[in-house]
Design a binder for this molecule. Structure first.
Ligand SMILES: O=P(O)(O)OC[C@H]1O[C@](O)(COP(=O)(O)O)[C@@H](O)[C@@H]1O
Length: 297
């Protein structure tokens, strides 16, 4: 299926289609897959995430890494986009994250407040916007209402919307946790139901099935679980999240299974930049080799 056909099948407006086409076919491997570099952890977790490799605290270093590594996009918040993206504008696509929170208050009533708009994204030359939706949080009703405004703005301005569909909250903990198959599968479907163009999900863990509906009690392999997550997202393109720093082999296996399931790509942050520069680039090269096996020309 051609690039044009694939994006047309998603029912997108011309603006969204043009921007997604640029991300998927004019950057990275230019083969319809995507490797994104998220760098919002300074807000989400605080400077502790940069202790492993202090140079990673410097946004200029990370934007350059995104370029050197041949990424399809870098994800940053508005403050860094205004001060650091300018030098590299257009060289690597910008995904502007529109909401975010610190990890200082407890996660019990998780809601990620909006602090930037789709208009900011247009002004800064972004090719997509990112929104974290905490599926299952007690604040889900307020989250849905906030999200609706972003979706409408994105629709009006032809801006692709990437939803970080993150299960969160006590109810989710009782059902196996935020990376259980039940929670990730449900979150992928929610993002699709709510109009996301792309959804970013955790890699599902089918062995975590405490107190879930009977249908989930069957034994699933991780590949079957990932297949089902991609199917749940249907025409919403799927990106798989990295998570905290883990062994490389685990990450490569996760990458392989995600792409084999039909995911569009990977969005790995800490596993890339919490290590020395050359090692980061070697790791990225291995991920690119995996993506190269799953082209959507
Ligand atoms: O919700 P959590 O687990 O704190 O993780 C949030 C972080 O994970 C990401 O979604 C992905 O980044 P990582 O690959 O470093 O996990 C970031 O965009 C975000 O800051």
């Amino acid at each position: 299926m051609s690039a044009r056909q694939r994006l047309a099948d998603c029912g997108l407006s011309a603006g969204k289609k043009a921007r997604l086409h640029r991300i998927l076919y004019k950057h990275g491997l230019c083969n319809g897959t995507a490797l994104f570099l998220p760098y919002d952890q300074g807000l989400e977790h605080g400077p502790r995430d940069f202790f492993a490799d202090p140079v990673a605290a410097d946004p200029r270093y990370i934007v350059r890494l995104a370029l050197e590594g041949g990424f399809n996009g870098i994800v940053i918040q508005v403050g860094l986009a205004e001060k650091f993206y300018w030098d590299f504008a257009g060289e690597v696509p910008l995904i502007l994250k529109l909401n975010g929170k610190t990890d200082i208050p407890s996660d019990a009533r998780a809601l990620s407040p909006l602090h930037a708009s789709v208009e900011d994204a247009v002004r800064l030359g972004a090719d997509a916007v990112g929104y974290t939706l905490y599926v299952g949080s007690p604040a889900q009703d307020a989250d849905f209402a906030q999200y609706r405004k972003v979706r409408e703005q994105a629709q009006r301005l032809g801006m692709p919307l990437i939803v970080w569909a993150y299960p969160r909250g006590e109810a989710v903990e009782h059902k196996g946790g935020k990376d259980s198959f039940y929670a990730v599968h449900y979150a992928a479907r929610v993002a699709s139901e709510l109009g996301a163009d792309m959804v970013k999900v955790n890699f599902p863990h089918p062995e975590k099935r405490v107190d879930v509906p009977a249908a989930y009690a069957d034994e699933f392999s991780s590949q079957e679980a990932m297949d089902a997550v991609v199917q749940a997202a249907n025409r919403t393109l799927v990106l798989v999240s990295g998570g905290s720093r883990t062994g490389d082999d685990v990450m490569f296996e996760k990458a392989h299974e995600s792409m084999a399931a039909g995911a569009t790509g990977l969005i790995f942050g800490r596993n890339i930049w919490q290590r020395d520069h050359d090692e980061s680039l070697r790791f990225v090269e291995r991920l690119r080799q995996i993506l190269a096996k799953y082209p959507t020309p």
